[in-house]
Design a protein around this ligand. Structure first.
Ligand SMILES: Cc1ncc(COP(=O)(O)O)c(C=O)c1O
Length: 284
């Protein structure tokens, strides 16, 4: 099934989308984005994703985007392409204008979305667990904005891949483990789930938000507290969360094995709770 796009209200195959060379998303990374998962033809956690998109737009001061209309276009595209297991990518840029760093006086935001079939690359790592490679967190200090400025993430993920790892884990100079290049990071310490509190140092992950609710319902204690590299010898489990990765057990960090080297019982319970939440949504 070919990927189907909607560019500024016009539906077309993704392969036919053309973006002007002077678009500020292309020239400056002056853009924000979202990725949603579609299960059985239905977008998952759409309210949360569109709320975050609205917050990102506000944070970088892009005005005039009708997020409700965008959501309608997304649903139309999913239906038109008869997508079942899919992802939706949405990107809003400040639009095209003569190249100058400050905002152009006249520019219309570019609104692109596309839907494509999802061939799950995490299926086996979700069962067996994966390894991560720590990489210096050299990003800017507004990681809470879901901007398309992803060069630090790209370089860190490439380094991780070259170490046969499923993800890179960003590490600050003081040893704080913030998050992955495209995932949120969690550990289990003395039976409690720990994850960094939302701040400008991490993206407020939508799956992270769901995980915190699932843990609360399962009566698993949660502490929003940064894990440090020096904690890795004490944690019994680690896992990552993300829209496409869902809940991904981590069994090794660099050369250090975590727990007994297998996905742990709390991770498994949360994975089951995640599947149940999706099933409940699809039945609703
Ligand atoms: C840096 C970063 N952290 C965390 C996440 C996970 O967020 P979500 O659960 O909303 O996919 C992402 C998603 O792409 C990300 O890019």
């Amino acid at each position: 099934m070919q990927a189907l796009a909607n560019l500024n209200g016009q539906q077309m195959p993704l392969a036919e989308v053309k973006i002007p060379a002077l678009d500020r998303g292309f020239l400056f990374g002056d853009a924000v984005y979202e990725v949603l998962r579609v299960y059985q033809g239905r977008p998952w956690l759409a309210d949360e994703h569109f709320e975050r998109l609205a917050r990102s737009l506000q944070a970088i001061r892009i005005q005039g985007v009708d997020v409700v209309r965008l959501r309608r276009r997304m649903l139309e595209t999913i239906t038109a392409g008869r997508f079942q297991e899919a992802t939706v990518y949405i990107q809003i840029t400040r639009g095209a204008a003569a190249r100058s760093h400050s905002f152009p006086a006249q520019a219309t935001p570019l609104e692109l979305l596309y839907v494509q079939e999802f061939d799950d690359p995490y299926r086996s790592a979700r069962l067996t667990g994966g390894a991560v490679s720590t990489q210096p967190d050299s990003r800017w200090d507004r990681c809470d904005i879901k901007s398309t400025n992803l060069l630090a993430n790209v370089l860190a993920m490439q380094a991780a891949k070259e170490h046969d790892c499923v993800e890179a884990l960003f590490c600050l100079p003081d040893g704080a483990l913030t998050e992955g290049t495209h995932t949120s990071f969690f550990g289990v310490l003395e039976g409690a789930v720990l994850t960094a509190p939302n701040s400008n140092a991490i993206l407020p992950g939508i799956t992270r938000g769901l995980l915190l609710k699932l843990a609360a319902s399962a009566k698993i204690p949660v502490r929003e507290q940064v894990l440090k590299r020096s904690d890795l010898g004490s944690v019994s489990e680690l896992f990552l969360t993300g829209t496409t990765s869902e809940i991904l057990p981590i069994i090794r960090v660099d050369d250090q094995t975590i727990g007994n080297g297998k996905p742990g019982p709390i991770t498994r319970r949360l994975q089951d709770a995640y599947q149940q939440a999706v099933a409940d949504y699809l039945r609703s």
